[in-house]
Design a protein around this ligand. Structure first.
Ligand code: C2E
Ligand code: CA
Ligand code: CA
Length: 710
């Protein structure tokens, strides 16, 4: 730059410097404001000046942009687009504003707000226009986002099946149709009202607290329908932007179905579906509460374990419908036999539990059990037939028989098991020692199943011979062989030979008697065939070999057929077989028993009543059956001849047997005195240690050979 030559020049130079400085200031200002600024001349539409922001927006700088036309700066297309605004500013001299999207020089598209201001000279002529451009991209984006979210929310509110309500400070600002549906109001009826007006009184306090504290939470409450119905609901509460302000959004979920399902599950979990009685779980819970109370009060309680006798057989033979009816009837009968405060539950299957409210000791409990035995045992009609089922009951007393619910139940169960072993249809109180017995039995039980698979059983045989009594029905000489009874033993690997009394009751309880019985029958028939071949059982007319039967075996469907099959399979004849049945087995349905025995008779099988005198078979009943022999129970024989009662019974049995045309056998004869007694009373045959104990096959054969009497 040249230095000033003259003072005038120097003065002019000062002025110029000042102007320059001012211009610099303006430029600084123009470049600092957050707006793009430009000035276009009306004529030629050329840019006279622009700040840096404006110039850079279109890819220029403040200097290079000057003198360029509008179209050259913003593009021909854009220029055409804004032509109406430009026209208005120049021709009408009014300000104009519009928004447009600008694809910036940096490639980023922005939303800008453009203002055009007319520049009018003193003569009123439009000479140019100021352009002010503000970048409103952020603003517009935020707006769009808000709009979108509001739209989304509106859509969601309508699409949701759950009720939605917005409120501000507890006053409702918006609700969706599902909520209106749920509560039975119209939109107008709800808007602007307090949310609390729609809440059940007892739930209002909680709702008010949540409104005040404004947490994000979820909780159960009760809403009120317009008609006053209380509706269990769940509230899910959030804070949200809505309609341009912070509001509270609450999702209102109808939980009536869920609660119902929960209640149902609760009921199912605690009740037995068939009888409607509480189940094991519910019973144990209540029992524990009662025990806690009794521990404090010092009262004693009685727990009864009731199990129906032979229920499985009824279920198997008559079907589940009859079985179910029976269980329901038994449940009702138990309830009727109890008092207020007693508790009953179905423990499972055919088992029931009863907890008696405090009573005056064992006699009172026995009285209840007596009532239960009587009422449960009464015949009932189910499925067109009259059936009756007896219960076996075990009782455990608190506190003496157990401290915990588990212990009491277990001990009552063990006592019940004893009641079953003792002949069923009875009640037993728990006694110390039952626990050990039960444990031993458990070990034995699992071992017994194995014994059946491994065939650990052996047979012993005990002969019967004629007594040669004067009045005997069979006119045979004394000492003549009349039969051989097969008696099973278990060759237990550790315990040695076990007698049937030690395992037959268990085998019956677990139905293992069926395979055992089948084995005994086959084995006996095979032995009989062997012995006939060698003439071991006498030359003229072989005597039969007797097999003891169990109730289960005899009552199994098709028993007579099974015997026929066993005879055929072994090549034995019916006359070689004798079947011993107890009185109890003969006491069930007469027609069935007569039918089965008749078929066995036709095969030539001898039918014998075992243990006679212990049951209560009526004479009339026995008359109807095709029987051949009768065995006086050992318990009477053992009292002979000293016990006058035993003498009287034995005499009566002999007379009765002979009256029915039966051969009478005395078993368990151990002494000469006993032999003389039974002989004098007219018994036909004797069996017992006096003659021979039960023996394995080789000893029996030896014994038979060694006898002098033919
Ligand atoms: P039970 O049918 O009354 O058999 C007679 C029992 O009296 C046998 O007992 C026999 O050993 C015993 N005995 C015989 N003579 C005398 C004697 O002079 N004095 C004494 N004190 N006892 C004598 P065991 O062998 O212990 O059999 C007991 C019961 O087991 C049998 O009584 C029978 O009811 C049952 N049993 C035996 N074998 C079988 C079987 O194969 N199947 C079934 N279901 N039960 C069987
Ligand atoms: Ca017998
Ligand atoms: Ca017997």
């Amino acid at each position: 730059m040249n230095a000033p030559a003259t003072p005038a020049e120097a003065g002019a130079g000062d002025e110029l410097a000042r102007l320059r400085a001012e211009l610099e200031h303006l430029r600084l200002l123009a470049n600092t404001v957050p707006v793009a600024i430009a000035y276009y001349e009306a004529e030629g539409r050329t840019c006279r000046m622009a700040n840096r922001r404006y110039a850079e927006m279109f890819g220029f700088d403040e200097h290079s942009i000057v003198g360029r036309t509008l179209a050259a700066v913003i593009g021909a297309e854009a220029a055409e687009l804004i032509e109406p605004y430009r026209h208005r500013v120049i021709e009408e001299q009014t300000a104009a504003a519009y928004e447009r999207e600008v694809a910036g020089a940096d490639g980023i598209s922005r939303v800008v707000e453009v203002r055009l201001l007319p520049h009018v000279d003193d003569g009123g002529r439009s000479v140019g226009a100021f352009v002010l451009i503000a970048d409103i991209t952020h603003h517009r984006r935020a707006e769009a986002a808000l709009r979108e979210s509001e739209e989304r929310l509106a859509k969601f509110m309508h699409a949701s099946e759950e009720g939605i309500v917005f409120h501000k400070g507890g006053y409702i600002t918006d609700v969706n149709p599902p909520l209106l549906n749920l509560l039975g109001y119209t939109m107008d009826e709800m808007m602007g009202r307090l949310t609390l007006e729609f809440i059940a009184p007892e739930a209002q306090q909680k709702v008010a607290a949540v409104i005040a504290a404004a947490p994000e939470t979820r909780y159960d409450s009760i809403a009120l329908h317009k008609d006053g119905t209380r509706i269990p609901v769940q509230f899910i509460v959030r804070t949200m932007q809505h309609q341009g302000e912070v509001q509270r959004l609450t999702i209102v979920r109808d939980i009536r179905d869920r609660l119902q399902a929960e209640q149902r599950i609760q009921h199912l979990a605690h009740h037995d579906a068939l009888t409607g009685l509480p189940n094991r779980l519910a019973f144990v819970e209540r029992l524990e509460r009662r025990l806690d109370e009794a521990r404090v009060s010092g009262e004693s309680l009685a727990l009864m374990f009731i199990d129906l006798d032979h229920f499985k057989r009824i279920n198997d033979s008559l079907g589940h419908v009859v079985g179910d009816t029976l269980l329901k009837t038994v449940a009702t009968r138990i309830i009727e036999a109890l008092r207020v405060g007693d508790m009953v539950a179905r423990f499972g299957g055919d088992e029931f539990l009863v907890l008696l409210a405090p009573r005056a000791g064992a006699p009172a409990v026995a009285e209840v059990s007596g009532r239960l035995l009587a009422t449960i045992g009464e015949p009932l009609a189910a499925g067109g037939v009259s059936i009756s089922v007896t219960p076996s009951i075990g009782v455990a007393m608190f506190p003496q028989d157990g401290q915990t619910s588990a212990e009491l139940i277990q001990h009552a169960d063990q006592a019940m098991y004893r009641a079953k072993a003792g002949g069923r249809a009875r009640c037993r109180f728990f006694e110390a020692g039952m626990a050990e017995a039960a444990l031993a039995e458990l070990a034995l039980e699992s071992r017994l199943a194995l014994a059946v698979r491994q065939n650990e059983f052996v047979l012993h045989f005990q002969p019967q011979v004629a007594l040669g009594a004067a009045g005997a029905s069979a006119a045979v000489g004394a000492g003549r062989l009349l039969g051989v009874e097969a008696l099973v033993r278990w060759a237990h690997p550790q315990r040695g030979l076990m007698g049937p009394d030690e395992f037959i009751p268990l085998a019956e309880a677990r139905r293992l008697i069926l395979p055992i019985g089948t084995w005994v029958l086959k084995e006996v028939l095979a032995a009989a065939v062997r012995w006939r071949a060698v003439g071991a059982l006498g030359q003229g007319g072989a005597v039969p070999v007797a097999v003891n039967l169990s109730m289960l075996q005899f009552q199994a469907p098709g028993f007579a057929d099974r015997v026929g099959e066993a005879l055929a399979a072994t090549g034995a004849e019916g006359s070689m077989l004798e079947l011993e049945l107890t009185e109890r087995m003969l006491m069930s349905d007469l027609a069935d028993v007569r039918n089965a025995l008749g078929r066995l008779r036709e095969m030539g099988v001898t039918i014998t009543v075992d243990d006679f005198g212990t049951g209560y078979t009526s004479l009339a009943h026995l008359k109807e059956l095709p029987l051949q022999r009768l065995k006086i129970d050992r318990s009477f024989v053992c009292g002979l001849p000293a016990d006058p009662g035993a003498m009287a019974i034995t005499r009566a049995v002999v007379q009765m047997g002979h009256g029915l045309g039966l051969q009478v056998v005395a078993e368990g004869v151990e002494t000469e005195a006993q032999r003389e007694a039974v002989r004098s009373m007219g018994c036909d045959a004797l069996q017992g240690h006096l003659l021979a104990p039960p023996m394995p096959e080789p000893q029996l054969l030896q014994w038979l050979r060694g006898r002098s009497v033919p």
